[in-house]
Design a protein around this ligand. Structure first.
Ligand code: NAP
Length: 490
């Protein structure tokens, strides 16, 4: 069985930062796949725009290299030719007037065609791009703008950025990407919850003991040390990705998949998060920073060896015990953790159901383990429901904990599309369900800001962990104090 591809209207996608890392690794490969699957219609164009002085042919050669490096399956040479033929390039300096008239000339006068402006550049350039697009008359009613994280570094700067974008674009035209929401498994979480009667009656504090959300990276800060040292794991990962996942787990059933219906429910979750501040920050959060250690490739340096100056209290790991103050979730902790240079790269959500109240099986049957629902976002996207069964055979009543594997991509024999493929097509369709609304971003900062201030005010230091481990021992203590353990994410 293959998935159904619904073509989208022809569009022009302008990638500001078309020569950057995001364009090379994610956007161009994603657009190629959409074309190969027949989702793009003629006359669609992809226009790279950045300062580098490239001809269109040179940009096509850059894109060709990007596809050769980053498209995992075999490249189909006819499709590659067709794709490269859609590419154009304009040299634009978004901080000056250079190149904007040429961009206008390439776009032409067709105001009815869908136009997506992808801002694959640093956020300090968002304002320049928005205002120059307006001043050069390049915004049509069919124009949308796509922005990447980071959207601010606190509530104040997020508001300023949103105000700047909002002074040029309506909210319906503004697509704030959190690529975690474009992952198949994340959308499957919504299908599991709201397209089945099985889970929803159990989805509350009466039946769920706790929830864990882990986003672990194997890599260190790599080439991003400068940005990262000013951000840290709480801003870089928790404010967006982990809180968005928490919202999808915790939200009430929306009345439909309409963008605002879903986002209204997510917003209520964010607003319901119990505050963490000076009074409880030490008890509920752990900050860590990796020291030297080892990864699969051999020894690796510590964080302080990778940044300029060699001194920093920026966290590369954070664990938080969050709670949501509402009827559904009162008393159910959401343990969040994310870090760099961890044992392995894995992102997963674990819904830990309560254990059975009483075992009828006696000691010989073995321990009755809880029914964890494990939703894995990467690698190997999939869903596993752990259940207890009888060990097969005549050996008596011994029980075993086994996973029911609901890994849909392999079941349907389809390629698991990258999140950007789905999200860019949603932009063209004008569907904002999987994008963050302004008030969501700001509500997330409203919860994060007091944690940042409390760390600052209480002088909470990062605890050192060895690169290649699961973070500082205080993170294990955070959950084990409550009689629980982190799910073994291997
Ligand atoms: P990058 O590799 O540094 O690329 C930046 C791009 O911006 C380059 O194409 C650069 O090209 C262009 N640029 C810089 N100044 C410009 C100017 N004045 N006018 C026009 N173009 C200009 O950065 P990136 O990693 O692709 O990241 C881009 C944005 O996406 C950042 O906000 C980042 O935080 C976010 N993001 C990236 C990733 C990722 O995987 N890379 C993931 C999530 C979010 P020229 O030098 O030719 O001008």
């Amino acid at each position: 069985m293959s998935s159904q591809i619904i073509p989208v209207d022809p569009f022009d996608c302008i990638i500001f930062g078309g020569t950057g890392d995001l364009a090379e690794r994610k956007l161009l490969p994603a657009l190629y796949h959409r074309q190969k699957d027949g989702q793009m219609t003629e006359p669609t164009r992809i226009i790279g725009a950045s300062r580098s002085d490239l001809s269109t042919n040179e940009y096509r050669a850059f894109a060709h290299e990007a596809l050769k490096t980053h498209v995992k399956d075999d490249l189909d040479s006819d499709e590659v030719e067709k794709f490269l033929g859609k590419l154009d390039y304009v040299s634009v300096d978004v901080k000056s007037e250079r190149g904007w008239d040429s961009l206008g000339a390439v776009l032409g006068a067709d105001t009815g065609k869908k136009r997506a402006c992808y801002l694959a550049v640093g956020p300090s350039l968002f304002g320049d791009i928005a205002t120059r697009l307006r001043d050069h008359g390049l915004i049509t009613p069919e124009t949308r703008i796509i922005v990447e994280k980071p959207i601010g570094r606190d509530l104040k700067s997020a508001r300023e950025l949103n105000d700047t974008l909002g002074s040029v674009f309506d909210e319906y035209q503004t697509f704030r990407i959190d690529h975690y929401l474009g992952k198949e498994t994340v959308q499957n979480l919504m299908a599991l919850r709201f397209a089945n009667t099985l889970y929803e009656p159990l989805w509350n504090s009466a039946h769920i003991d706790h929830v864990q959300i882990t986003v672990a990276e194997g890599v260190g800060v790599e080439g991003r040390a400068d940005y990262y040292d000013k951000a840290g794991a709480l801003r870089d990962m928790v404010q967006n990705h982990l809180l968005q996942l928490l919202c999808l787990v915790a939200m009430e059933p929306p009345s439909s998949m309409d963008a605002n219906a879903v986002r209204d429910e997510k917003l209520k979750v964010l607003r319901g998060l119990e505050p963490i501040d000076e009074a409880n920050v030490e008890k509920l959060t752990v900050r860590g920073q990796y020291g030297p250690g080892a990864s699969a490739g051999g020894p690796v340096p510590g964080y302080l060896d990778e940044i300029e100056g060699g001194a920093s209290n920026t966290e590369t790991f954070v664990a938080v015990k969050a709670e949501i103050g509402n009827w559904r979730w009162a008393g159910v902790p959401f343990y969040l953790r994310t870090g760099k240079r961890m044992t392995t790269r894995v992102s997963e959500i674990v819904i830990a159901f309560k254990p059975v109240p009483h075992s009828i099986f006696g000691d010989g049957a073995g321990r009755l383990l809880a029914n964890n629902l494990v939703i894995r976002l990467q690698p190997d996207e999939g869903v596993k429901q752990w259940i207890m069964i009888k060990d097969p055979g005549p050996g008596g009543m011994r029980l075993r904990h086994v996973p029911l594997d609901m890994s849909f991509a392999s079941a349907f024999n389809v390629r698991n599309p990258d999140a950007y493929e789905r999200l860019i097509m949603d932009v063209i369709r004008g569907n904002q369900t999987l994008f963050m609304r302004r008030d969501e971003v700001e509500a997330a900062w409203r919860w994060i800001d007091p944690i940042l201030s409390a760390w600052e005010d209480t002088g909470q230091q990062c605890q050192r962990y060895t690169a290649g481990t699961w973070g500082p021992s205080a993170s294990i203590a955070l959950i084990e104090r409550d009689g629980r353990t982190w799910h073994e994410s291997v």
